[in-house]
Design a protein around this ligand. Structure first.
Ligand code: IVH
Length: 714
């Protein structure tokens, strides 16, 4: 990177533009998606670089400069708190049908009829920052942010300054009580704060949510104290005993202990009541005085919540009905194609920068070729883009009446822009339908796919290798050092080669710079040598540190189509060890077994099956495994009489639905399978059981009826 004082003004302008874009994107990933893709240190470096250039070129400071917005990025400043119970997220509903589906799913899971009442609480979804407050014997002892749901930041001192958060509880609260809720800032407080910031020449906040987050993450609690913050209590974490039997009852209790509960919360008994509540709240939204981004519905009865349980990180018993997304108008300046790790050609709209709901947007997805045709999007068109909280902005409409004469139709490429292989739309054999995505057929020879797969492999949710970022992967790949994951670990055996490649890269960059400035080339490599040593040492340590890896992370890193973090965890939980996974996926009944895993459907099962059926995948994995120690997935914490056992349900169950039986067994650590083999431990047979019961007898497997099963699991 060029030193700031060597930049020409044109270069500075260009770089500030790029930094504004990149930082906004990282902020979005961090704040909106809760899924940052760079380390805190790298992020801070970007902001510092931006500030450095702005200081040197004050006339070039952009209106949308990142330094005008306080990102309030979490850093290593606060101590970490491991949540005793994870802080979960919510599934989303975007339409009335989605809400009806949610209630339908709950009914089906519980085996209820359409006419059976299922009461839910409807609560405004507060747009702030969630926090968990721990009380022991009625005294506030620790407050934490959500963080990644497993681990947050200890912000006790700051939360103590918020007057809605009692330091000592009233009444008779449980001995251990973690109350969870939302810290937020009212519109009035937000405007006053920004006025003050402006007057003091300090950066203003983009929206109340950011300012609440920024205020809670102040290192100095007296600053937090000077900010008017509020708190609504809406759920709980660890609790020594439940003081009520319903969500609405719990909220009443919270209130009696001294918490503030949102006054609009309502218990609803029918879909009609729920939807009416939603519309009421939507019409009041602008006058509430604080930001909300939807309505949350929760099954009221806690015993039913308990039976419903969780799928991955969200409860089956709740959903968030979101308000429609925010939109803005801008100009489509260009369309570029990005080739992903699965070969998908993704059209990205390059836009004239525009602010949507407090975030500067410069790129948006156009999804695929059909979408471009459907919208009739042309380069130069004025378009409407939409951003809904946590999803990537998208182009939703073209304003045809504003189309300039110069607007240029876009021809979607039929070859991969990187490896020039044909890019095709697969046809589904069964349905005869064409896939919406065009994919590069280059597979292993496509450099874009190879590089994207490697980047995915080292990313945060996967191997999370410190010191090995996207640029380095591209460089090592270009220089023939990296082709597949195993090669990353092989780097540790060639530090000299790595060092040489890095030094040459740096020298080439500075040559380029000298050439651009019209100077004579010099041998610059020497000076950089010391620095290189450190970079190489860090990289080697970063790789070395990941030679022991959890099974779930390893599976996610493989980049199997349709398999992300959640499915990877399901697979790891099911197969438990790498040996279990390899054996299980090559077994004769592999497909069936995959489909029997709760949360894995037919398409995903097929993709996983295909991956392990492909010899070159298995070989590449074997090469990778020579470098690794893979830790087994721990059995669930609850040890139960059935943990580790393989169970098959057959026939009619009378006390619960098949889905509930399966979810319950899995939460107790059992493996539920669809077919009986010698490896089956228990067959639970209800009336009408047929061939599976016979198989059980053949293999000498223990058979019990539903009552015996329920007695066994308690
Ligand atoms: S309940 C297990 N209730 O929404 C359910 N969450 O997407 C845990 N939120 O991280 C959350 N208002 O920050 C719940 N009335 C409400 C809420 C609410 C806002 C936020 C919360 C959570 C996110 C989930």
């Amino acid at each position: 990177m060029k030193a700031v004082d060597k930049l020409t003004s044109a270069e500075a302008e260009k770089e500030l533009d790029k930094l504004a874009r990149d930082i906004a994107e990282h902020d979005r990933r961090y704040h909106a998606e809760d899924a940052p893709t760079i380390s805190d240190a790298d992020y801070d470096a970007l902001r510092r670089r931006n500030a450095g250039i702005e200081a040197k070129f004050p006339l070039l400071v952009r209106a949308d400069s990142p330094s005008h917005r306080v990102g309030a990025k979490a850093s290593e400043r606060f101590a970490k708190v491991t949540h005793r119970l994870p802080m979960l997220s919510l599934d989303n509903a975007f339409s009335d049908e989605d809400v009806a589906d949610f209630l339908g799913r709950v009914r089906r899971f519980l085996g209820l009829q359409d006419e059976d009442e299922i009461a839910v609480t409807a609560e405004p979804k507060i747009d702030g920052l969630s926090a968990s407050l721990r009380y022991e014997n009625g005294v506030f002892v620790q407050g934490a942010t959500r963080g990644d749901g497993q681990e947050g930041e200890d912000v006790t001192a700051n939360l103590k300054t918020i007057s809605d958060i009692p330091l000592r509880l009233k009444g008779k609260p449980p001995a251990v009580l973690e109350v969870r809720g939302e810290v937020y800032m009212t519109h009035k407080a937000f405007e006053a704060l920004n006025k003050r910031q402006e007057k003091d020449g300090k950066p203003v906040y983009a929206n109340p949510r950011n300012s609440a987050a920024g205020s809670v993450r102040q290192l100095d609690p007296s600053i937090t104290a000077s900010r008017a913050l509020n708190f609504f209590a809406y759920t709980w974490g660890e609790i020594s005993e439940l003081p009520a039997k319903t969500q609405s009852g719990m909220l009443e209790k919270f209130q009696s202990y001294g918490f503030v509960v949102n006054p609009l919360v309502k218990r609803c008994e029918t879909l009609e009541q729920v939807l009416k509540f939603y519309r009421d709240i939507e019409s009041k939204r602008a006058r509430l005085g604080y930001d909300i981004d939807g309505v949350v519905y929760k099954v009221d009865r806690l015993d039913l919540q308990d039976r419903l349980g969780f799928v991955s990180r969200s409860p089956r018993w709740a959903t968030a009905h979101k308000f429609p997304a925010e939109q803005a108008e801008t100009v489509l300046e260009d369309i570029e194609i990005q080739v992903g790790r699965t070969g998908k050609l993704a059209p990205v709209a390059r836009l004239k920068p525009v602010t949507v709901g407090g975030v500067v947007v410069q790129n948006a997805t156009l999804h695929n070729e059909d979408q471009i045709a459907r919208l009739d999007a042309r380069i130069g068109d004025t378009v409407i883009i939409q951003r809904a909280g946590d999803v990537i902005p998208q182009v939703v409409k073209v304003l045809l009446e504003q189309r300039p004469r110069s607007a240029r139709p876009y021809k979607f490429p039929d070859r991969c822009p990187i490896c020039h292989s044909h890019a095709v739309r697969e046809v589904d054999e069964k349905t005869g339908k064409q896939d919406v995505d065009r994919r590069c057929t280059g597979g292993l020879i496509c450099d874009a796919q190879t590089v994207e797969r490697l980047k995915y492999f080292v990313a945060r949710d996967a191997f999370d290798i410190e010191g090995l970022g996207g640029t380095m992967i591209e460089l090592f790949h270009a220089r023939g050092l990296l082709k597949e994951p195993a090669d990353i670990f092989a780097l540790t055996e060639k530090p000299d080669k790595v060092s040489k490649v890095l030094a040459e890269h740096r020298a080439a960059l500075s040559e380029e710079r000298r050439a651009a400035e019209g100077k004579e080339p010099v041998k610059a490599a020497k000076k950089a040598a010391d620095k290189e040593d450190k970079v190489v040492a860090n990289l080697m340590a970063g790789i070395e540190a990941r030679r022991t890896i959890g099974l779930d992370r390893l599976i996610n890193a493989l980049g199997i189509r349709h398999v992300g973090e959640t499915t990877a965890r399901l697979l790891a939980r099911h197969y438990r060890s790498i040996a279990g996974l390899l054996d299980g996926t090559k077994a004769e009944n592999a497909r069936e077994e995959l489909e029997s895993i709760e949360g894995i459907g037919g398409v995903v099962a097929e993709a996983i099956h295909d991956f392990f059926a492909e010899p070159h995948n298995v070989k590449a994995l074997a090469r990778l495994l020579t470098w690794l120690t893979v830790t087994d997935m721990a059995a669930p914490l609850k040890t139960s009489p059935v943990s580790g056992k393989t169970v098959v349900f057959t026939g009619t169950l009378e006390k619960m639905t098949r889905q509930e039986a399966k979810a319950r067994a899995e939460s107790l650590g059992a493996k539920v399978s669809g077919s009986v083999s010698a490896k089956t431990d228990i067959v639970v047979a209800g009336p009408g059981a047929g061939s599976k019961l016979k198989d059980a007898q053949k293999h000498g497997v223990e058979v019990m009826d539903e009552d015996a099963w329920l007695a066994l699991i308690g």
